[in-house]
Design a protein around this ligand. Sequence first.
Ligand SMILES: *[C@@H]1O[C@H](CO)[C@@H](O)[C@H](O)[C@H]1NC(C)=O
Ligand SMILES: *[C@@H]1O[C@H](CO)[C@@H](O)[C@H](O)[C@H]1NC(C)=O
Length: 546
Amino acid sequence: MASFFVLLLLFIIHFYPATCQMLAAYPWIEGEWRLLHRSIGISAMHMQLLKNNKVVIFDRTDFGSSNISLPGGRCRYDPNDRVLKKDCTAHSILYDVRTNRFRALTVQTDTWCSSGAVLPDGTLVQTGGYNDGDHVIRVLVPCGGINCDWVEFPRSLSRRRWYASNQILPDGRIIIVGGRAQFNYEFYPGNSHSSSKSIWLKFLQETKDEHENNLYPFLHLLPDGNLFIFANTRSIIFNYKRNHVVREFPAIPGGDPRNYPSSGSSVLLPIDENAPVVPEIMICGGATRTAFQLEKRRVFPRACSTCGRLKITNQEPAWNMENMPMQRVMSDMLILPDGDLIIINGARSGTAGWESARNPVTRPLIYKPNEKTGTRFSVMAAASRPRLYHSTAVLLTDGRVLVGGSNPHIYYNFTGVDYPTDLSLESFSPPYLSPAYDRLRPRIIRTYEIIRYKKSFSLTFTVQKFLKKSVVSVRIVAPSFNTHSFSMNQRMVVLKGAPPVSRVGSNDYRVVATGPSTPEIAPPGYYLLFLVHAGIPSSGMWVKIQ
Ligand SMILES: *[C@@H]1O[C@H](CO)[C@@H](O)[C@H](O)[C@H]1NC(C)=O
Ligand SMILES: *[C@@H]1O[C@H](CO)[C@@H](O)[C@H](O)[C@H]1NC(C)=O
């Protein structure tokens, strides 16, 4: 009898790889967390993945000694620093994903609550901060050596940029929008006449609350070249070339603000070039309107559990609301290579700010934008560490999500507080990385390093088990600058593909895709290119779109 079952089992395993995959996948259906470092020396407040698979991570500089020294015995001197006039510790590091090692970088001015974007050549341009850093532009050129470091350009911004949002534009410039008490925007590179450098934007003044807050406005470049800007509960399409508001949308229902300090998150959903392009914005979570006031009395109301989706080209656009399985504030929302979203980090109650949140929400959510309402969310495995205010998340080349930070205190406080300053670095592997999918996982063997607009190119990949009926698609993801729950410059474009896939070797296949139609759909620069087969993404490959 026993041998019958063994035979049956062998039969199942042999003939139904899918059954086998499901069995093996079980522990993985909620993804997997891994601790990479207990301490990287700093708390990861801002993160950006560069084209050399190194992640620039930085904190603020004015709140005490970190747990890593500045390179070369350097020190930072700042008479206005609230803790140390002389600080010989570093507040920025470069993390090498491949080797899992990191080294300190040198930042000499305060980067607190700043913003950034990557230029078409792969250079990170980071803007503003606080105090001696609020007018500074800093650049980091990706390079292999151990000497590359930040270069800082003081007095380079026309206005103080503290809590501004950046977006790379189709012409390769960066627009920097808002900041605390800044109802204006400017460009990098700017023109040389500083008097005309910043341009007034009334919408930012109209949307501030009584504490001058409407910070880190949600900013997305739309496929028609205009910008989508969301602040408080309101949103507009903005033509930055003519300083003209093209249209305003209805306020997001519920009356609760969604950007800082409410700190929900916002994405432009993947743009699919195989269908008529219908740009859609999705905003999830955030603190309720009264949370910022109530927090002063140590009351921490439940955050919003709603997400709103807005098809911005509809004749009469309306927010489509749906519920997450739990309330969330200060979560990060990232587009995964398979086109799903992950909502990760944050808290269930309270708001952004010092000591202002409770009930960390440690389980990420995966959201499938194209499923039927009601079946889109699934709840992932719980992380072991709270990731509250000043935590971050970015997508890595191999499809993992890098998670760090959490510091709801004015200083580095490791003991005697509810949620100690967190210096660790973790990764979360979404279910598609399960070894159970190894047979279906495509691997890109060859493609072009440069992909030109509208030009077709071929890509060769290998996969153990090719499913003829599955859709194979090629997509590009812009690596984003993540801070305060918003991923600036994040976008995915599913490239026009030309099926059928042709077989070119025993397990090797070739597919033809077409570069993005326009720089408005995908601004020039470095992107991660992924191939998805049977819902399982390959590892990403860096390509340059030009
Ligand atoms: C600081 O770094 C050392 C190792 O360099 C480590 O042992 C210690 O735990 C770190 N401190 C914190 C608070 O992470
Ligand atoms: C947090 O750290 C600061 C600076 O080291 C210190 O002055 C303060 O007492 C700490 N707070 C707590 C609650 O330990």
